[in-house]
Each structure stands twice: as C-alpha cells, then as structure tokens.
Write a protein that binds this ligand. Structure first.
Ligand code: HEC
Ligand code: HEC
Ligand code: HEC
Length: 106
C-alpha cells in the first residue's frame, strides 16, 4: 500500500517534470528533407491533444529526445509505425488526402 502511494507520487512528479521540459510543448521541430515540402511538428498541438511524452518517446518509436536520431519515411508511416502509429485515420488524421496537413508546400 505504502509503496503504491510512493509510486503514484513519483509518477505525478515525473509528469510535472515532463510538462516543464515540454517537445516540448511550445517547441516546433521542422523536418526539411522531403521533396513534398517541410514537415512542421508542433509539440504544443500534440500536448493539447492529450498525447503523453512516452507515447512517442519509447524504444519502438523515438527513443531519444533529440532531433535527427530517427529517419522518418512514408513507408514507415504507411505501415503504421512512427508518426503512423496515430496518423492512421483513427486516433488522428490519416495520410490519404492529408499530405499537406503535415507537408507545408514550398
Ligand atoms: C502525419 C504526417 C505526415 C503525413 C500526413 C504525410 N507525411 Fe510524408 N513525411 C512525413 C515526415 C515526418 C517525413 C520525413 C521528412 C524529413 O525527414 O524531412 C515525410 C517524408 C515524406 C517523403 C520523403 C521520404 C519518403 O519516404 O519518400 C515523401 C515523398 C512524402 N513524405 C510524401 C507524402 C505524401 C505523398 C503524403 C500524402 C499521401 C504524405 N507524405 C503525408 C510526415 C507526413
Ligand atoms: C507525437 C509524438 C511526440 C510527443 C508526444 C512528444 N515528442 Fe518529443 N519529439 C518527437 C519527435 C519525432 C522528435 C524528433 C526525434 C528524432 O528526430 O529522432 C522529438 C524530439 C524531442 C526533443 C529534442 C528537440 C530538439 O530540438 O532536438 C525533446 C527535448 C523532446 N522531444 C521532448 C519531449 C517531451 C518532454 C515530451 C512530452 C511533453 C515530448 N517530447 C512529446 C515526438 C514527440
Ligand atoms: C501518439 C499519437 C501521435 C503520434 C505518434 C503523432 N501524432 Fe501528430 N497528432 C496526433 C493527434 C491526436 C493530433 C490532433 C488531432 C488531429 O488533428 O487528428 C495530431 C496533430 C498533428 C498535426 C496538426 C495538423 C493540423 O492540421 O492541425 C500535425 C502536423 C502532426 N500531428 C504531425 C505529426 C508528425 C510529423 C508526427 C511524427 C513525427 C506525428 N504527428 C506523430 C497524434 C499523434
């Protein structure tokens, strides 16, 4: 019982720490390598949509909180990995017909 409370407090303080450093909410990352136009990733939009850090920062997706460590391709996204874990038309808008919601035309 006691250890359960300690675990809960720990989880709560970790959540607060996450919010403080927040992709960081308020931070925008740009991916500039696609011929379709750059992709603007807004941490705040994802935070406001209720997405937790560890839903993206885990061993299967983006293990490191550092830009450029994972190469994102459409093949991965179409297969339901990386951004495609959510951008599949269920949890969030899918790719079909929505290219320009991620890719800003140059
Ligand atoms: C959920 C966001 C998202 C959507 C929707 C999306 N893309 Fe992408 N796409 C990305 C990201 C992120 C990259 C990686 C860009 C980089 O590394 O600079 C990328 C890369 C690409 C690339 C270059 C790499 C590769 O895999 O060929 C092409 C071409 C591309 N997208 C085309 C498309 C087309 C066509 C659509 C619509 C059918 C689309 N994208 C929809 C996020 C998205
Ligand atoms: C919807 C997915 C997603 C969520 C949620 C998310 N991130 Fe990220 N974050 C990313 C991606 C993608 C990158 C780039 C990783 C890469 O290129 O390998 C990144 C990069 C970062 C970076 C490095 C930024 C830079 O300029 O290099 C930090 C710091 C970070 N995230 C912290 C957080 C924190 C803290 C949270 C929770 C408040 C969070 N992220 C939530 C997807 C996410
Ligand atoms: C854990 C789930 C999740 C992951 C992973 C994720 N997103 Fe999202 N994303 C969302 C949700 C939820 C929204 C807001 C709801 C919606 O617009 O469908 C959103 C919104 C967006 C928007 C706003 C578009 C608009 O028109 O408002 C962009 C751009 C975007 N995501 C790009 C990305 C890119 C690029 C990646 C990968 C680096 C990514 N997302 C990974 C869940 C996710």
């Amino acid at each position: 019982m006691k250890s359960k409370i300690v675990a809960m407090l720990l989880a709560a303080s970790l959540a607060l720490a996450g919010a403080a450093f927040a992709v960081p909410a308020g931070k925008v990352i740009e991916f500039n390598e696609s011929p379709m136009g750059k992709v603007v990733f807004d941490g705040q939009i994802h935070k406001d949509a209720g997405v937790m850090c560890k839903e993206c920062h885990n061993n299967d997706m983006f293990p490191r909180m550092k830009q450029g460590t994972v190469k994102i391709t459409m093949e991965e996204i179409y297969a339901g990995r990386l951004c495609g874990v959510c951008h599949d038309g269920k949890r969030a808008f899918g790719t079909a017909g929505n290219c320009n919601r991620c890719h800003v035309q140059p």
